[in-house]
Design a protein around this ligand. Structure first.
Ligand code: NAD
Length: 346
């Protein structure tokens, strides 16, 4: 563990197994310097325990940085459950997961991520109060995706201002990869702003629904990397900026919601050299955690969420400006600011 390339001084990495329900989970707590750790729970059918651990560590560190950039009083953590979200879910599994979360006594608060729904989190709530993104209860904030998508839309315009010389998206083309929770809301915002959309997904029904609403052109999953578009908005998977895809990009900017878009941080420099302006993922996609933070505070306020979101978009603009003026990759500037904010809180 301590030699793991993604260990990055995690405060705690907790493994859980529950034979009765089949739960295999990791809760990674990267930092509580800025407050109790918070971050979603991902359910994924990993190829190996090693792949699961790596995902947990990278996502958890990403949450520390994300929460610092969103300037919310939370540290960074993340949980992963090993299993197929379509076939392996059961109430007992999420109850066992809830007990695992509860055993950390508030050091970590969980919420939804890929493969995990509000309904699943309602079951987790039966075992622990350290869960957010719920539908019921006084401070309940529900699905964070609409707020995430709004932040990405505003951040994409902020990025367009610098990469295209305008934030007027009329006549501009945006390629959206993944039209799930975040991607579909993002498409609605973009279409409303007059952008032309090219979309892809592996879910045909989701594609058709979005295309019908927005007039988006549908392409096959692998074709999205080759399309002629001004901006690429990855809203499905991580690691989509890699050695294979980079040469295919004709985009002027990348601004989307997926976590861990760069397969390795060095991709940031390669994007810079190619003249593609990259909105660091954990900065632009912080809207959802702002919404969750409002719920965790016990006093949900829409105005507070909107104000934090507006400030986050300004922060993104500052990161982009600093990177452009220094000739430094945007992800390097964002990492530096995030680490400074975490260190200052220690
Ligand atoms: P989701 O599961 O609702 O949507 C993901 C979509 O991607 C699905 O429609 C899926 O079919 C599609 N997909 C999967 N494999 C694909 C492929 N190979 N090519 C094209 N499409 C593919 O998840 P979501 O909540 O919309 O989250 C999307 C991304 O944004 C994830 O990386 C997530 O970690 C990140 N994110 C989400 C939130 C949030 O509030 N939901 C917040 C921050 C970051």
């Amino acid at each position: 563990m301590f030699d793991h390339p993604s260990f990055d001084a995690h405060e705690g990495v907790h493994m859980f197994h529950d034979a009765a329900s089949g739960l295999r989970a990791i809760i990674a707590v990267h930092s509580t310097a800025r407050g109790p750790a918070a971050g979603g729970c991902r359910m994924w059918d990993y190829d190996s325990g090693e792949a699961m651990l790596k995902d947990a560590l990278r996502l958890s560190q990403g949450m520390s940085y994300k929460n610092a950039m969103a300037d919310i009083p939370l540290g960074g953590g993340k949980s992963v459950i090993w299993g197929n979200a379509r076939t392996d879910k059961s109430p007992d599994l999420f109850r066992a997961f809830g007990r695992a979360v509860n055993s950390l006594q508030g050091q970590y608060t969980t919420a939804e991520d890929v493969g995990v729904s509000v309904a699943d989190m309602e079951i987790v709530r039966e075992e622990t109060p350290y869960v957010a993104g719920l539908d019921k209860g006084e401070a309940a904030s529900g699905d964070p995706s609409p707020v995430t998508a709004k932040g990405i839309f505003l951040g994409l315009r902020e990025t367009a201002k610098r990469a295209l010389g305008t934030d007027d998206l009329r006549g501009k083309t945006v390629a959206v990869q993944g039209v799930g929770h975040v991607g579909s809301y993002l498409c609605d915002h973009l279409a409303g702003a007059g952008a032309d959309l090219i979309i892809t997904d592996i879910d045909q029904a989701a594609l058709e629904a979005v295309s019908k609403r927005t007039g988006a052109r549908i392409v096959a999953p692998d074709a999205i990397y080759d399309v002629e578009a001004d901006i690429f908005a990855p809203c499905a998977l991580g690691a989509v900026v890699n050695e294979q895809t980079l040469d295919r990009f004709k985009f002027k900017a990348i601004a989307g919601g997926a976590n861990n878009q760069l397969i390795v941080p060095e991709m940031g420099e390669l994007l810079r050299r190619k003249g593609i302006l990259y909105a660091p993922d954990y900065v632009i996609n912080g809207g959802g955690i702002i919404n969750v933070a409002a719920e965790i505070s016990g006093n949900y306020s829409r105005d507070w969420v909107e104000a934090k979101l507006a400030r986050l978009v300004e922060t993104l603009g500052e990161v982009l400006d600093e990177a452009l003026s220094e000739g430094t990759p945007t992800n390097v500037v964002a990492d530096r600011i995030a680490r400074e904010r975490i260190a200052a809180a220690k």
